[in-house]
Design a protein around this ligand. Structure first.
Ligand SMILES: N[C@@H](CCC(=O)NCCCC(=O)O)C(=O)O
Length: 253
């Protein structure tokens, strides 16, 4: 009797210097989102840029989650103005995730993008970002309160309106939900291939799917991985992603 295996879900890594050495790192909450929310087997994807064998990786994986990060996509990827001095970048991550997003979606590998990962999806398909939403005018505060405990920083912050009839509406079964909010950047020009799935009260696009994607492809600006089991809306996103990954995995077994 064969036992269904858990889907293998890739998780994009950031790079950072710790002491004398460069490291590939990922926040544990993303790993636990895959384990607890998607019931998947997490596999970390190092930021190897063009040295990553994308074809072999996509053969192995049943899904990929593109994580959030304190770093920002370098603006030359969307023809944006130079970043403000001191902006944190991760060019090795950009060189890995932007092509990997396009390749994964084209190959029908399920994709979930979170926060930076959501912003990367927009840039990967030709969209652009506001680099400092709070300086644009007209937007509510989307940044976390950095002086507050982590539970407050990742606590519910504002509402999003879910597009009726869309993928997220189907998944969550609701037309509005409260989400956390920990980002400075946001979608400016939405890539033509992306379909808005949710907006904040200021109109900012906070979730999208990929039009005509052969499989699950959703990006969200908030952090559904945060204590995923305790929030029905967050959990529904991970379960839908996990189901798509399981369906793909079953084709290989
Ligand atoms: N740097 C971007 C993206 C924000 C983001 O992904 N934050 C996550 C912070 C750490 C984490 O929870 O992984 C922006 O500021 O818009």
């Amino acid at each position: 009797m064969s036992v269904a295996r858990k889907p293998v879900i890739g998780i994009s890594c950031c790079t950072d210097q710790i002491g004398l050495h460069p490291f590939n790192i990922v926040g544990e909450k993303y790993i636990m989102g895959v384990v607890d929310g998607a019931d998947g087997l997490p596999l970390l994807i190092p930021a190897l840029g063009n040295r990553l064998d994308t074809e072999q990786l996509l053969d192995l994986l049943d899904g990929i989650m593109f994580t959030g990060s304190p770093s920002n996509v370098e603006p030359h990827h969307y023809q944006g103005p130079a970043s403000a001095e001191g902006t944190k970048h991760d060019p090795k991550r950009d060189a890995t995730t932007l092509p990997l997003i396009r390749a994964a979606i084209e190959r029908g590998v399920p994709v979930l993008g979170i926060c930076r990962g959501f912003q990367e999806m927009n840039v990967a398909f030709g969209g652009s970002l506001h680099q400092r939403l709070h300086e644009v005018g007209g937007f509510i505060e989307h940044r976390e309160q950095k002086d507050q405990p982590v539970a407050i920083q990742y606590g519910l912050s504002h509402e999003v309106q879910v597009e009726p009839g869309g993928l997220l509406y189907d998944i969550a079964g609701c037309s509005a939900a409260q989400v956390n909010s920990l980002h400075t950047q946001g979608v400016d020009r939405l890539a033509p291939t992306l379909q808005p799935e949710a907006r904040a009260s200021d109109g900012l696009i906070e979730a999208f799917s990929v039009r005509q994607a052969p499989n699950f492809a959703l990006g969200v600006q908030w952090h559904p991985e945060w204590q995923v089991k305790d929030n029905a809306f967050y959990l529904s996103i991970f379960q839908a992603f996990g189901d798509a990954c399981r369906a793909r995995a079953s084709r290989h077994s």
